[in-house]
Design a protein around this ligand. Structure first.
Ligand SMILES: [Zn+2]
Length: 98
């Protein structure tokens, strides 16, 4: 039990700055039409860090995008730019199959 709360505290310390609020998150989701910011899937959506906390990103709303579970899991430790480049490659591959 103790270990888990210790590691949670460490993660919190790593993330820079104040966290976004629930209201900011809802506004962001509405702005994206309730869809994933990467492939446009409909929810459920998760808060994705454009620059992962582990790579110096913040918890501020400017660093957050709505992402579906699949994109969030695939993106993992990539930055938004890296993940979008990967999505483009995948799309190109798909075109070749058509
Ligand atoms: Zn997605």
């Amino acid at each position: 039990m103790r270990k888990a709360s210790d590691s949670r505290r460490r993660v919190w310390k790593l993330g820079g700055g104040p966290s976004f609020t629930a209201a900011e998150w809802l506004q962001l989701v509405v702005r994206y039409g309730g869809r994933c910011a990467y492939r446009g899937e409909e929810g459920p959506l998760q808060a994705d860090h454009r620059i992962p906390l582990s790579r110096g990103g913040s918890n501020g709303i400017d660093n957050i995008l709505p992402a579906c579970r699949r994109c969030n899991a695939e993106k993992a430790n990539m930055t938004e730019d890296e993940f979008r480049a990967r999505l483009e490659l995948q799309q190109r591959d798909n075109l070749e199959f058509d």
